[in-house]
Ligand binder design. Structure first.
Ligand code: HGA
Length: 610
C-alpha cells in the first residue's frame, strides 16, 4: 500500500518519479504528490487529491525541475484523503518526507513536538516523522544521524524517504515493516517501495532489510543497520518484465490477468514436474528433509490467499493424510496458539510484504515450528527472505487490485506441495501421478473456461441492480464460493456472502427472495446430490439460482435457474477451474455497474500496513 519513489540524478527527475508513481498507483490512489529541490536549493512541491492523473495534470501546469526528488501515492490510514494530508510532508520548509506505514506513537510525539514549537498542518502520522527528524537535525550533525536518532523513537511501521533542501546531493531512507528497494543506475540512483516503479530506469536492485537506513547519492550508496553499523546488501538483477505494468489489448488489468491464467499456471509448473512426480527440489534444497518429517501444517494468510489456504486444507487432509489448520494472519498473530510436533508453517502472500502475514511468520519463528515455507509471487520479498523455504508462484506482476492469477497460481503451488508432502505420508504413487497429469492439463482446461465469457457476461446483467448476493459451495468448493463472493464485493460493491451450502437452513435461508441472486459452484462430485437439495431449498423460496456445473451434473435450466456448463475435470483441480467463471462474473457485473475495476474504492494492493 502507498507507493514511494525517490531519485538522485544529474537530470531532472520529475518524469521518472511520475512514471514510477503511475506504475505503483494500484498500491494506493486517494492522493499523490511530489517534491524536488530546485536549482535555487528550494523545496518545490505539488500534491493533489485523487489519482496520479490529477497530479500529472497539475504538473503539466506547474512543472517541477530538479535532480533530487521524492514522490508518493497514498492510501490513507491517518487523516482523510485530502491535499493537505497527501505526501510529501514538509518540516520548516527544509525537509520533505514520504512514508508508507503507521506510526503508532504519533500522538505522544505530536504533543512533544507541538510543545517544542512545531506546527502541524495535517492529521497524518507522517508529518510527525518530518518534524521529529527536523528536530533531531538540530542536535545531530547530518541527515543520516538525525534519521537514525528519529527512527529509534518510533513505534510502528515505516518505509520512508527523506530529502533536505540544504543538501540535495542525497536522500536518506529507512525501513522497518514496510518494504523499500534501492535501484542502482549509472551516475544516478533511486529508491522505491517496489522494483516495478523503477524498471524503466534500472534492473539492478538492493532490497533494504528490516531496520536498514540508507544514504543514497548519485555515485554512492551506503547502507547501515539499525545500530548504525555499515552493512552490504546483495545486488540482484530483476527478471521482471519491463512492460509488466502494461494493459496490452485489454480494457482492464483485471481482464488481462484473468486471461493470462493459462500462461501463468504454465509458468508455475515449468520445470517443476517429473513424469509422475512433483520435483521436490522446487521447494528448496532442504525441502526433502523437512517434508519427510512434517506431521502437521499451519497455513497463515490474508484475503484471497487465505481462501487458497482453505482449499489446501481439504487437499492436505484428504490427499496427504496430514492435519492442516488455516488461519487469518491478523488473528493468528494476536493469540496464543498450540503448535503440534513437527509442524510446518506455510505463509501465502502475493506480494511477500503483507504486514500481518509477515508479523505472523516472525512470531511463529519463536513458537516451535519445525520450519517455515512461503508461497509468494515476488522474489526477494520479505517473506521469501525470512522463510526457511520459498516457492515462487510465478504469476507475473499482478496490477489489478482484485487478485486473480495470483490466486490460481497459489492453488497450483499448494496442490504441488500437498503431493510433495503426501508422498512422505503414505500417499499412493498413482495418486501423485494423477495429480501431475491433471496439473499438466490445467492450462488448456482454464483456456476452455475462459471461452465462457459471453454467457457469463449475459448472466452478469441480472446482478447489476442487486444489492446483496449469496455464494454457495460444498467441500473444497466452499472456499471457491468465498473467493467468488470476495471478488464480487471488491469490484462491484454488491454485498456478497459465501456459505457452505449445508449451512443455508441454519440461518441465511431467511434472506432468500426474488431479489437475492444465489451463485452455486456445483461440479459433479460426491457432494452434488446434497448440493442439489440445497438448491431446491432456495428455489422453493423464490430465490434466483445461477449455477456453474459439470456437463454431466444433469442440472436443468428452468424457472429461476440459470446454468452455465463447464467441461468435466478431475475433482482435484476442480476448485482451480471453477474459480475462472466466478472471476469473469464479478468482472462483468463491475463493468455493467461502471465501477473502477482495477482500483476499487477504499482498497489498495499489497497490504503493507497492519
Ligand atoms: N500513515 C500514512 C501512510 C499510509 C500508508 O502507508 N498506507 O499504505 C498516511 O496515512 O498518510
Amino acid at each position: 500500500m502507498c507507493g514511494i519513489v525517490g531519485a538522485v540524478a544529474q537530470r531532472d527527475v520529475a518524469d521518472i518519479l511520475l512514471e514510477g508513481l503511475k506504475r505503483l498507483e494500484y498500491r494506493g490512489y486517494d492522493s499523490a504528490g511530489m517534491a524536488v529541490v530546485d536549482n535555487q536549493s528550494n523545496l518545490q512541491r505539488v500534491r493533489r487529491l485523487g489519482k496520479v492523473a490529477e497530479l500529472d495534470d497539475a504538473l503539466s501546469l506547474q512543472p517541477l525541475a530538479g535532480g533530487t526528488g521524492i514522490a508518493h501515492t497514498r492510501w490513507a490510514t491517518h487523516g482523510e484523503p485530502s491535499e493537505r494530508n497527501a505526501h510529501p510532508h514538509v518540516s520548516s520548509d527544509d525537509l520533505a518526507i514520504v512514508h508508507n506505514g503507521i506510526i503508532e506513537n504519533h500522538e505522544t510525539l505530536r504533543d512533544e513536538l507541538t510543545a517544542k514549537g512545531y506546527e502541524f498542518l495535517s492529521e497524518t502520522d507522517t508529518e510527525v516523522m518530518a518534524h521529529l527528524i527536523h528536530h533531531e537535525l538540530t542536535k545531530n550533525k547530518d541527515l543520516l544521524s538525525a534519521v537514525l536518532a528519529a527512527v529509534n523513537q518510533l513505534e510502528g511501521a515505516y518505509g520512508t524517504v527523506v530529502m533536505d533542501r540544504r543538501d540535495p546531493s542525497k536522500l536518506v531512507a529507512a525501513r522497518s515493516g514496510s518494504p523499500l528497494v534501492v535501484g542502482l543506475g549509472i551516475g544516478e540512483n533511486f529508491l522505491a517501495s517496489d522494483q516495478l516503479a523503477l524498471l524503466p530506469v534500472t534492473r539492478r536492485f538492493q532490497f533494504l532489510e528490516e531496520g536498514d537506513v540508507c544514504e543514497l547519492r548519485r555515485n554512492r550508496i551506503d547502507i547501515y543497520d539499525r545500530t548504525g553499523k555499515k552493512v552490504t546488501r546483495k545486488i540482484i538483477e530483476s527478471d521482471l518484465d519491463h512492460d509488466a505494468g502494461d494493459k496490452g489489448q485489454y480494457r482492464h488489468y483485471m481482464l488481462k490477468e484473468i486471461h493470462e491464467q493459462p500462461d501463468s499456471v504454465r509458468n508455475t509448473l515449468e520445470g517443476r514436474l517429473g513424469d509422475k512426480q512433483v520435483l521436490i527440489d522446487s521447494f528448496g534444497e532442504k525441502a526433502e528433509e523437512i517434508f519427510s518429517k512434517v506431521r502437521n501444517v499451519q497455513i497463515i494468510a490474508c484475503g484471497t490467499s487465505y481462501h487458497a489456504g482453505m482449499v489446501a486444507r481439504y487437499w492436505f487432509e484428504e490427499i496427504a493424510g496430514i492435519q492442516c489448520n488455516v488461519e487469518i494472519a491478523s488473528e493468528f498473530r494476536y493469540r496464543k496458539s498450540f503448535v503440534p510436533a513437527n509442524s510446518l508453517l506455510v505463509t501465502i502472500s502475493q506480494s511477500g510484504e503483507t504486514a500481518d502475514t509477515l508479523a505472523a511468520l516472525r512470531l511463529a519463528k519463536e513458537s516451535g515450528y519445525m520450519a517455515s515455507l512461503t508461497l509468494c509471487n515476488v522474489p526477494g520479498s520479505s517473506l521469501v527472505r525470512e522463510s526457511d523455504l520459498a516457492f515462487m508462484t510465478r504469476a507475473g506482476a499482478e496490477i489489478g487490485v482484485a487478485s486473480t492469477k495470483a490466486f490460481t497460481t497459489q492453488l497450483v503451488s499448494l496442490l504441488m506441495l500437498v503431493a510433495a508432502i503426501g508422498r512422505h505420508n503414505g500417499m499412493a504413487n498413482e495418486q501423485e501421478a494423477d495429480i501431475v497429469k491433471s496439473l499438466r492439463l490445467l492450462p488448456s482446461v482454464i483456456e476452455s473456461s475462459l471461452s465462457l465469457s459471453k454467457p457469463i457476461e449475459a448472466m452478469a446483467e441480472a446482478f447489476s441492480d442487486k444489492h446483496h448476493s449469496l455464494f454457495l459451495g460444498r467441500g473444497s468448493q466452499y472456499p471457491i464460493a468465498m473467493e467468488g463472493a470476495l471478488k464480487l464485493k471488491e469490484i462491484s460493491y454488491i454485498h456478497a456472502e459465501a456459505y457452505a451450502a449445508g449451512e443455508l437452513k441454519h440461518g441465511p435461508l431467511a434472506l432468500i427472495d426474488n431479489n437475492m441472486p444465489v451463485v452455486v459452484v456445483a461440479p459433479n462430485n460426491e457432494l452434488l446430490e446434497k448440493l442439489k437439495s440445497n438448491m431446491e431449498e432456495v428455489r422453493a423460496r423464490g430465490g434466483l439460482l445461477y449455477v456453474f456445473a459439470d456437463s454431466d451434473a444433469r442440472l436443468m435450466q428452468g424457472d429461476n435457474v440459470e446454468v452455465i456448463t463447464l467441461n468435466r475435470v478431475a475433482d482435484v483441480i476442480a476448485p482451480i477451474v471453477y474459480t475462472i467463471p466466478l472471476q469473469l462474473l464479478s468482472y462483468y457485473v463491475a463493468i455493467i455497474k461502471g465501477t473502477d475495476v482495477d482500483q476499487p474504492r477504499n482498497l489498495a494492493k499489497s497490504v503493507t500496513v497492519e
